[in-house]
Write a protein that binds this ligand. Structure first.
Ligand SMILES: [Zn+2]
Length: 509
C-alpha cells in the first residue's frame, strides 16, 4: 500500500462522516454559494487526468477541495468583476483511489478548523490502470464519437462498430465513456451502447493472422483473423478511390495475403503498421466511384465486405432506398401557417417514387404513410434492404424567415458526387442555392453501405419557399429534378469508368 492510499482511506472515512451529518450547514450557505466540478457532471478519471473544481463564495477566504488542496480566488478581471470565485485543479496520481464520491469543499478558519463545508453534486471515480475497465459494445448501432461535443445531430461520429467489440474504458464524462484506441488515440462511446465488464479482464490486443481476399458472386471480401474483436475505424477516400481501415490494438503478424479469384472491385490490397498498436489495411478500389462497404466480425475475424458498382449504371434495374423524413408523432419543422415537414416530405417522396419507378428503378421506402419511425430503425431497415443508393427527403427550417433555398448533404466525400448532382438539378426549379454540405452528421448520411444524400428541399420557414413546397405542381417538379440528379450522377459515374492505375481491367461491368 502506498502512502497516498492511506491518506485516501482516512479522507474517505472523514467524507462518510461528514456526509452522514448533512452536507451543508446553515453557516456554509453563507460562505459557500455553489461548489461543483468542472464540467459539472459525473466523471471517471485516471492518473494524469485533471479534476477541475469551482466554488462561489465570499471573497478573501481560505478554500480547499478534495483533501485539503488549496483553491485560488480569481482576480475580478477574470470573472467579469465577480468576486469570491475560487478554482482548483488536481492531477490524478497513480495509487489515488476514489469510488464514485462527491468532492468535499471547505472554507477554513485555519489549518485544521473548517468554517463551512459542501459537496459537489457530481460524483468522481479515480480509475486504477492496474485494474483496467473494459466494456463490450451492444446492439446493432454502437458507435464511437470523436469528442464530447453535442448538437441537435449528436456528437461527431468516428464510426459504427459491430456488437461485442471490446473497448478499454479510461474515463467517463457525463453519459459517455472515454475509450483508449491506441497510444495517443482516444474516442468516446455513449453509455447506452456498451455494457461494462467485471474486473479482471486483459486490455485486448492481437496479432493479425494472414488475410484472405476473395470475391463471390456479389461482393469482394477481406478477412483478417484476430484474437479478439478489436475496435476499428474506416475511411473511404478519393483520388485514388480507396478504403482505409485501422484496427486498434492489432500488430502485424501477416506474412502473406492470399488473393483468391473472383475479385471485381478490390485492387492490390496491402497493409501498413503506422504505429505499434495500429494495423492499417489499405484497400484500393477499381472504380472512381465507390458503391459502399460494411465491416463486421465473424467470431474474431474482421470481415470487410466491399460492394461492386451496379450491373448497369442507369435507373433501369437500380434499387433505390427512399426516406421521407419524420412522420407520425415526429412532425419535423412546421411553419406559422401550419405546414408540416412530415406531410411535405411524404408528398415529395411519393412523387419521386413514381418518377423513379417510371424510369425502371425499384424503390424501397422507409415509410409510406404518416407513421412514426425512429431514425435508428430507418438505418437498420436500409442496412437490411441493401439498396444501390439512398435518398433522404427533408424540408429545412430557420429561425430567420429570410433564409431560403435548396441544399443537399453528404457525410463521406466519396458520396459527394451524388449530393452535388442532385443539388445542381434541383436548383433548376428556380429555388435559390443554399449549398451542398459535406461531413454532415445525420444518421442516414452515416451509412457506409451505399452512396447516399440528404435533400433539404427548401425552407418551410421562408414564405416564398413554403408556397412552392405546399404546391403539388412544384412538388412534382422537385421529384423530377431529384430523379434527374440521380441520372446525372449515374451518367458521370459511367463517364469516369474504371481507374487507370489498375494492373488489369475488372471483369464484366
Ligand atoms: Zn427534417
Amino acid at each position: 500500500m502506498t502512502p497516498s492510499h492511506s491518506v485516501y482511506r482516512s479522507w474517505q472515512l472523514l467524507l462518510v462522516l461528514v456526509l452522514s451529518s448533512l452536507a451543508v450547514s446553515s453557516r456554509a450557505q453563507a460562505l459557500i454559494e455553489t461548489a461543483e466540478t468542472v464540467p459539472a457532471t459525473n466523471q471517471w478519471l485516471q492518473p494524469g487526468d485533471r479534476l477541475q473544481v469551482r466554488l462561489k463564495g465570499r471573497p478573501g477566504q481560505r478554500v480547499t477541495f478534495l483533501r485539503g488542496l488549496p483553491m485560488t480566488e480569481l482576480p475580478p478581471a477574470q470573472t467579469k468583476g465577480q468576486r469570491g470565485i475560487y478554482q482548483g485543479t488536481y492531477v490524478v496520481r497513480p495509487g489515488d483511489t476514489l469510488q464514485n464520491r462527491p468532492i468535499l469543499f471547505q472554507v477554513m478558519r485555519n489549518d485544521t478548523v473548517a468554517l463551512a463545508s459542501a459537496f459537489s453534486r457530481s460524483k468522481v471515480r479515480f480509475l486504477s490502470p492496474d485494474a483496467p475497465q473494459l466494456a463490450l459494445t451492444k446492439g446493432q448501432l454502437a458507435y464511437l464519437n470523436h469528442g464530447l461535443g453535442e448538437d441537435r445531430l449528436g456528437g461527431a461520429k468516428l464510426g459504427y462498430l459491430d456488437s461485442a467489440v471490446v473497448l478499454h474504458v479510461t474515463g467517463m464524462v457525463g453519459a459517455q465513456y472515454r475509450v483508449r484506441l491506441a497510444e495517443n488515440q482516444v474516442a468516446w462511446v455513449p453509455q447506452d451502447v456498451v455494457r461494462l465488464l467485471p474486473p479482471g479482464g486483459f486490455v485486448p490486443t492481437s496479432l493479425t493472422g494472414s488475410w484472405s481476399v476473395a470475391g463471390d458472386s456479389l461482393y469482394d471480401y477481406v478477412q483478417v483473423p484476430l484474437e479478439a474483436r478489436l475496435p476499428y475505424r474506416s475511411q473511404l477516400l478519393t483520388n485514388p478511390t480507396r478504403l482505409v481501415v485501422d484496427i486498434f490494438g492489432a500488430t502485424s503478424n501477416t506474412n502473406w495475403i492470399t488473393q483468391r479469384d473472383g475479385l471485381r472491385e478490390l485492387g492490390n490490397v496491402y497493409y501498413e503498421q503506422p504505429q505499434p498498436d495500429i494495423f492499417r489495411l489499405v484497400l484500393p478500389l477499381r472504380h472512381a466511384q465507390a458503391w459502399g462497404y460494411s465491416i463486421d466480425y465473424r467470431g474474431t475475424t474482421l470481415r470487410i465486405r466491399v460492394k461492386r458498382p451496379p450491373a448497369r449504371l442507369s435507373l433501369k434495374g437500380l434499387t433505390i432506398g427512399l426516406d421521407a423524413g419524420h412522420g407520425g408523432t415526429n412532425v419535423g419543422a412546421a411553419s406559422a401557417k401550419g405546414s408540416q415537414e412530415k406531410v411535405l416530405t411524404l408528398a415529395i417522396a411519393q412523387k419521386l417514387r413514381q418518377e423513379l419507378e417510371k424510369a425502371g428503378a425499384r424503390v424501397l421506402m422507409t415509410r409510406e404513410t404518416d407513421v412514426t419511425v425512429e431514425n435508428g430503425s430507418r438505418v437498420l431497415l436500409m442496412r437490411q434492404l441493401n439498396p444501390d443508393l439512398l435518398l433522404s427527403i427533408h424540408v429545412n427550417s430557420s429561425g430567420s424567415a429570410t433564409v431560403q433555398g435548396t441544399s443537399t448533404y453528404y457525410r463521406y466525400v466519396a458520396y459527394r458526387p451524388l449530393a452535388l448532382a442532385i443539388y445542381n438539378e434541383v436548383r433548376k426549379t428556380g429555388l435559390k442555392g443554399f449549398g451542398n454540405v459535406g461531413s454532415f452528421n445525420f444518421n442516414l448520411n452515416g451509412a457506409t453501405e451505399y452512396p447516399n444524400a440528404l435533400i433539404e428541399t427548401a425552407f418551410v420557414s421562408n414564405p416564398e419557399d413554403e408556397k412552392r413546397l405546399t404546391d403539388p405542381a412544384f412538388q412534382q417538379q422537385l421529384a423530377e429534378r431529384i430523379k434527374d440528379g440521380v441520372e446525372e450522377f449515374l451518367k458521370s459515374t459511367r463517364a469516369k469508368g474504371p481507374r487507370g492505375w489498375l494492373l488489369r481491367e475488372p471483369a464484366a461491368n
